[in-house]
Ligand binder design. Structure first.
Ligand SMILES: [Zn+2]
Length: 250
């Protein structure tokens, strides 16, 4: 399993010559309710990328970027939020370095819902201003329909992955059960945005604590280690399929 920072420079060079796909896991350190670790988004992305690289040696996993942009969660203890400009600059400089070493197939595997729009803007700017093409994937986007199939009882308005709800809790149970405080599950099924904007499909930045005092969006009591395992497996398979196709693309 090639992991960028564990290789020597001649091996990185070999990977570039082979045309490896570089997948950079990106996440954030932010509150995930009373029961999940702060690095949930970065860790899940990283583990999916690493599992894919164990199956396909032409996937090279870039260094995980744990820092993210999370203005809505920044007031909860432990959250670390970069400003949007800093985050964009960070990602652009990492991608520029990867590209400089000869890699032309680069993807970000994002795990943070609050960073989807910013990730897209960042890669659009990279392409527009520097001609570097980068694909943005969200791990939860790889399994969007499966989340609904596996957790049909989590009746939550808004984005399906939620926040520290059934999906993320199941993934953590599968990957690191020992870090899940299962005695501290809090359910919150309220809207993920104020009703006056969500009714018309609008968006406004809202402090999470104004919507959910625990920080949770979803029902973690519906989580299951087995379903987490199934979701993880599907995400890994789809990431491998993506990498195969990406390599074949001009
Ligand atoms: Zn999360």
């Amino acid at each position: 399993m090639p992991i960028w920072q564990e290789l020597s420079w001649p091996r990185i060079k070999e990977c570039a010559e082979k045309g490896c796909v570089v997948i950079v896991p990106v996440g954030v350190i932010e509150q995930h309710g009373h029961h999940l670790p702060l690095d949930t988004d970065a860790f899940i992305s990283q583990e999916i990328a690493r599992a894919a690289a164990r199956r396909d040696t032409e996937i090279l996993v870039g260094p995980t970027v744990p820092f993210g942009f999370t203005p809505s969660n920044k007031n909860f203890s432990g959250s670390i939020s970069l400003t949007a400009g800093t985050w964009m600059a960070l990602i652009r400089e990492i991608v520029r370095s990867v590209h400089r070493h000869g890699f032309t197939r680069i993807a970000l595997l994002n795990g943070h819902g609050g960073q989807v729009a910013l990730s897209r803007s960042t890669v659009a700017a990279l392409q527009d201003e520097e001609g570097i093409r980068v694909v943005v994937l969200n791990w939860f986007g790889l399994v969007d329909k499966d989340m609904g199939r596996l957790f049909p009882d989590e009746k939550m308005p808004g984005a399906r992955v939620g926040h520290a709800g059934a999906v993320e809790t199941s993934m953590n149970l599968h990957l690191r059960e020992e870090l899940c405080a299962q005695g501290s599950l809090v359910t919150h099924l309220g809207p993920q945005a104020p009703p006056f904007v969500s009714k018309v499909g609008g968006y406004v930045q809202t402090p999470r604590e104004d919507l959910s005092p625990s920080g949770v969006m979803g029902d973690p009591t519906l989580a299951s280690k087995e379903k987490g395992g199934e979701l993880f497996e599907l995400a890994v398979e789809r990431l491998c399929a993506f990498a195969r196709e990406y390599r074949e693309t001009e």
